[in-house]
Design a protein around this ligand. Structure first.
Ligand code: PLP
Length: 388
């Protein structure tokens, strides 16, 4: 393909646009990961990273995509045959379930239609019925990236407490961390799973487990096989700022810069910015006359919006057109949503005009693809963004 002028619009819900500051930070030379300069970086970073999880406890960093942190959350706390409770919120919850099953865990699956989050009532009644406390963990995807639905994590916590159940609470925040309010300590989460390439504005390649004291106690007795993912070796090396194996040094430089940027903006402002952009995106969809896939307004995602295509129109055709004509990448419909929805990622390093540009690309694409719609989506989004 020939040179395309201007910046590509990478509006998939991860990886997200990597800001210049982060790219520059990552371009420093790689250093000895056993030397004093690295030690200073490690010591600073391992404390600084806690803020974004809103925890005072250790955060384990893996050189891996988010799937690695998924596996780590399970193998560090659980034993073969353990039961885990999971909710069918979409494609990512389903993938996590498949990992659990491959590892030899038994999954109690709360079925769902993908259009709403985990039902706290269903969690409470399942746990209340488990008098023998055979269920060892409740695993929830905070923000279902495949559907644009955000489960209400504090309500799930309350459900576990009301059932007086000792299960660990494990939450996937891969597409909410650094873009949607999340509080590891305050919400009583035992393991938080995160990754670098979404709200944290980094390239793919780092993933995280924030670990509660209770999760660390479970780790001491859990017997699923673990080696690379073992928190034990990482946490003891981390005490001196080091890692047991070669860390992704340049991504750690990037993480240091991204955390500084989130601190400068302030996490609460970051969350408010994402909510505004999500609201403006929904205004555009409504004005186009297209449906937002999330069925519960209390669970609209602030980081991604999935838009339903009218019957007989293929979302992938629209995605192809906007990529070719406007250099705009939109998220694909995953699994059973293939061709049926397109996803607009509005997370990470993103501002009002990047959103307006994105929505303009979608609106022009709808016209070029012959999708029936009304034309004032971008205008509606602009009116929402320009509200005093
Ligand atoms: C992206 C994503 C994953 C998968 O992460 P990879 O980095 O692709 O392994 C898991 N869960 C959620 C919620 C995600 O958004």
């Amino acid at each position: 393909m020939s040179y395309r002028a201007g910046r590509h619009f990478l509006q998939i819900p991860g990886p997200t646009n990597v800001p210049e500051r982060v790219l520059r930070a990552m371009s420093k030379p790689t250093i000895d990961h056993r030397g004093p300069e690295f030690q200073a970086l490690g010591e600073e970073l391992l404390v600084a990273v806690r803020d974004v999880f809103r925890t005072k406890r250790p955060v384990v960093i893996f050189p891996a995509s988010g799937s690695g942190a998924w596996e780590a959350s399970l193998v560090n706390c659980l034993s073969p045959g353990d039961r885990v409770l999971m909710g069918e919120t979409g494609h990512f919850a389903t993938l996590w379930k498949e990992i659990a099953e491959k590892l030899g865990l038994q999954v109690d699956w709360i079925p769902g239609d993908w259009r709403r989050g985990v039902d706290p009532q269903a969690v409470e009644s399942t746990l209340a019925a488990d008098r023998a406390h055979a269920i060892k963990a409740v695993c929830v995807v905070h923000n279902e990236t495949s559907t644009g639905v955000t489960s209400r994590v504090p309500l799930v916590r309350q459900a576990i407490d009301r059932a007086r159940h000792p299960a660990l609470f494990v939450v996937d925040t891969i597409s909410s961390l650094g873009s949607i309010d999340f509080r590891h300590d305050e919400w009583g989460v035992d393991v938080t799973v995160g990754a670098s390439q979404k709200g944290l504005m980094l390239p793919p390649g780092l993933s995280f487990n924030a670990v509660s004291e209770k999760a660390l106690s479970a780790h001491a007795h859990a017997t699923l096989p673990r080696s690379f993912w073992d928190w034990g070796a990482v946490l003891s090396a981390n005490e001196n700022g080091f890692f047991p194996y070669t860390p992704a040094t340049n991504l750690l430089y990037g993480l240091q810069e991204a955390l500084a940027m989130l601190r400068e903006e302030g996490l609460d402002n970051v969350f408010a910015r994402h909510e505004r952009h999500a609201a403006a995106t929904r205004c555009a969809a409504e004005a186009w006359g297209l449906e937002v896939f999330c069925a519960n307004p209390e669970e609209y995602s602030a980081s991604i919006t999935a838009v339903v295509m009218p019957d007989g129109h293929d979302a992938d055709r629209l995605r192809e057109i906007v990529l070719e004509r406007f250099d705009l990448s939109l998220g694909v419909g995953l699994a059973k949503l293939a061709g049926k929805v397109f996803r607009i990622g509005h997370l990470g390093d993103f501002n009002d005009l990047s959103l307006v540009g994105t929505l303009a690309g979608v609106e022009m694409g709808l016209k070029l693809a012959g999708v029936p719609h009304r034309v004032h989506g971008v205008t509606a989004a602009m009116a929402e963004l320009a509200r005093a």
